[in-house]
Design a protein around this ligand. Structure first.
Ligand SMILES: [Mg+2]
Length: 355
């Protein structure tokens, strides 16, 4: 394949309502859509959206690199396979969200050229992907009423952001949710690192009566989280406290942490995610693919990865209704708590309009 043209377009999406966890408030998403055209004039799109507070790079960092890449990439040629994409990209100085976007744009272009590429090279995909609904901070009655609404729409897995100043407030919320929904839902708790190790040990035993699927990022730092996983009666998940695929591999191989929350945009890994999923698909630990508030373009790649994991634990991909508007049609809307995926129709034909 020869790169005939490479372009980028900035975008900004407003959230319907601010989203708050124990450390950040998000009100809007800024990013870039990148496009690549090959010598046969096939065009593909991808998204680069660093997430403030979580990504190591900023929107401005990405723009500076993109300016240079526009000229550098033109005329490059490489083989149409995953390994060659990785090798090709290692020639450039990139940041994670941009690495993810370039892997997405090239993979999508390869699939445009070779229709059965995904099925032939990546293997089996789930056709129905369960997704969790996420509840940020808010009043207890509002959270419970949001869960009821989502339950009515078919959701059965809920991730609740906790880690309030008073643990009693968190406990009461979980107790009330459990009282209302019992074991008809799977409950996940995300603490975003707010607890000390000592507190987390204590709380994990106190919360054990509620049939929690996992506690995510209970405290800060992988050493503390691994230590908690040794004794916690509730399974433990790790999210923002690992920063590379190598660290994720060590967690799987050396700790009792059961769930890895994998955010491809933050880690800068799409092809890396494919390899990681394949390497650990039978290890008994679960890889949960999670969005970082991407638009419909970035989300499409995450849906493909979630379908590849093979298991039926919910993924963190319910962002369909989070934005006041999207930049194009979302081909992977959540219906009855599931997203449908067919590798033969991937990537979707995005109806993007750039002025
Ligand atoms: Mg998290």
């Amino acid at each position: 394949m020869i790169v005939k043209q490479f372009k980028y377009f900035p975008f900004l999406l407003k959230l319907n309502a601010p989203f708050q966890n124990s450390s950040n408030i998000i009100t809007e998403r800024k990013g870039f859509i990148i496009s690549m055209m090959d010598e046969q004039e096939n065009i593909s799109y991808a998204e680069c959206s660093p997430l403030p507070g979580f990504s190591s790079e900023t929107f401005d960092d990405v723009e500076t690199i993109l300016k240079g890449l526009r000229f550098q990439l033109q005329g490059f040629s490489f083989k149409d396979d995953l390994h060659s994409i990785s090798e090709f990209l290692s020639e450039f100085k990139l940041v994670p969200s941009l690495r993810f976007a370039l892997e997405q744009v090239i993979l999508n272009l390869i699939v445009r050229r070779e229709k059965d590429f995904l099925v032939e090279h990546l293997g089996k995909f789930n056709s129905n992907i369960p997704v969790n609904a996420v509840m940020g901070f808010g009043k207890q009655e509002d959270i419970i009423s949001s869960i009821s609404k989502k339950y009515g729409k078919g959701f059965r897995t809920f991730k609740i952001k906790i880690g309030r100043e008073s643990f009693e407030d968190d406990f009461r919320l979980i107790e009330n949710i459990h009282e209302k929904f019992g074991d008809t839902i799977n409950l996940r708790l995300d603490v975003n690192g707010k607890w000390s190790l000592e507190a987390a040990v204590k709380y994990s035993f106190l919360l054990n009566m509620f049939n929690i699927q996992y506690i995510e990022e209970p405290c800060k730092g992988i050493l503390n989280i691994s230590s908690l996983a040794e004794s916690s009666p509730i399974p433990i998940a790790v999210d923002e406290s690992f920063h590379s695929i190598n660290e994720a591999k060590q967690i799987i191989q050396q700790s009792k942490i059961d769930f890895i929350i994998f955010k491809p945009t933050i880690l800068g890994a799409l092809i890396g995610a494919v390899d990681f999923i394949k390497e650990f698909e039978n290890c008994g630990k679960r890889i949960i693919i999670s969005s970082s508030f991407e638009s419909a373009v970035g989300k499409s790649a995450l849906v493909m990865l979630a379908a590849l994991t093979g298991h039926l634990y919910a993924h963190g991909l319910d962002i369909s209704n989070i934005f006041a508007n999207d930049i194009c049609t979302d081909f992977y809307e959540t219906i009855n708590g599931y997203i449908s995926f067919d590798p033969h129709f991937y990537p979707p034909l995005f109806d993007l309009i750039f002025k």
